[in-house]
Design a protein around this ligand. Structure first.
Ligand code: HEC
Length: 270
């Protein structure tokens, strides 16, 4: 046992000596292998299943399901909805992403209080979030389709422009813009790869196979709203308000950039 241990140590040291540069390059590959393993047995599927149940269950003060929720494809139609979001909705006269649209449905159809939903938006180890499960389910119902954010309505184009502006605008105590961290390929903070969001190719991957994603480090599915909240925190900006116009503007910009990407959700992330 001891000899084998020593051999292993020697082997590792040799490898480190022979391939010092290669070993560094391979950090990304190691993460990719981990991602691949998780993707093959994605725990996020449990959230998808729960979301499916929640969607058709009668719930809330009005004892109603979400089967009349219009996500842009007609009441109750979940197939293909994610691929087209964010989009303009005439009833709210707003451009909405999946999370903000779900809030509208859960308040109007089921009678939940908006404040309560927002308070419970992110799950933790003690409590799962219904929104994370619903987004996981609805996202998965576009699997195999391609991102297709159209910007047909004037308000959608306005949101896109605002999102683009926000992506490049420096702000906060650190004077960071999104593009400061996400403007070049091959960068990373410690072992975390920083995706290049000015590359359409990388964006198609991030959006179409990314969020909602099962996050291993959080032991839950997270949505794009949470990802943005996290990056705002990294920029040391004030807490990002859930489903605010600001978040929808950025998501409109990001999702449109990913048009053509083949959807496979929920994703798997660190
Ligand atoms: C201080 C650096 C920093 C800034 C500024 C920043 N982010 Fe991030 N971002 C990160 C890190 C770190 C990750 C996570 C990478 C990982 O864990 O693999 C990340 C991940 C992401 C992801 C998910 C990428 C994926 O692979 O799925 C998105 C989307 C994102 N950021 C959007 C934004 C947006 C939009 C902004 C501006 C509002 C922004 N970020 C600003 C550091 C930053």
């Amino acid at each position: 046992m001891k000899a084998r241990y020593q051999m292993a140590v020697v082997a590792i040291i040799c490898a480190a000596l022979v391939y010092p540069v290669a070993a560094q390059d391979k950090a990304g590959d190691g993460l990719a292998v981990g991602r691949q393993m998780l993707a093959e047995d994605n725990p996020g599927d449990l959230w998808t299943e729960r979301g499916k149940r929640l969607f058709s269950e009668k719930r809330g003060p009005k004892n109603a399901s979400l089967e009349h929720c219009d996500l842009g494809m007609g009441p109750g139609v979940v197939k293909g909805a994610f691929a087209r979001l964010p989009r303009y909705f005439a009833d709210t006269d707003k451009v909405q992403d999946l999370e903000s649209r779900l809030l509208t449905c859960m308040v109007n159809l089921q009678g939940f209080k908006r404040e309560d939903l927002v308070r419970a938006r992110f799950g933790n180890l003690d409590r799962d979030s219904d929104i994370e499960a619903l987004v996981s389910y609805i996202g998965s119902q576009s699997n195999g389709l391609r991102m297709d954010v159209r910007l047909a309505h004037a308000k959608e184009r306005e949101m896109y422009k605002a999102g683009e502006y926000l992506f490049y605008r420096r702000s906060g105590p650190l004077d960071f813009a999104c593009v400061t961290c996400h403007g070049e390929s091959g960068k990373r903070i410690r072992l975390q790869e920083l995706p290049n969001m000015t590359s359409a190719k990388e964006m198609r991957e991030i959006i179409a196979t990314g969020w909602p994603a099962y996050r291993g480090t959080h032991s839950t599915v997270r949505t794009m709203q949470h990802r943005l909240y996290d990056c705002f925190w990294q920029m040391r900006l004030p807490d990002l308000a859930f489903a605010s116009d600001l978040t929808v503007a950025i998501t409109t910009y990001l999702n449109h950039t990913a048009n053509g990407g083949e959807i496979k959700l929920p994703g798997v992330r660190r």
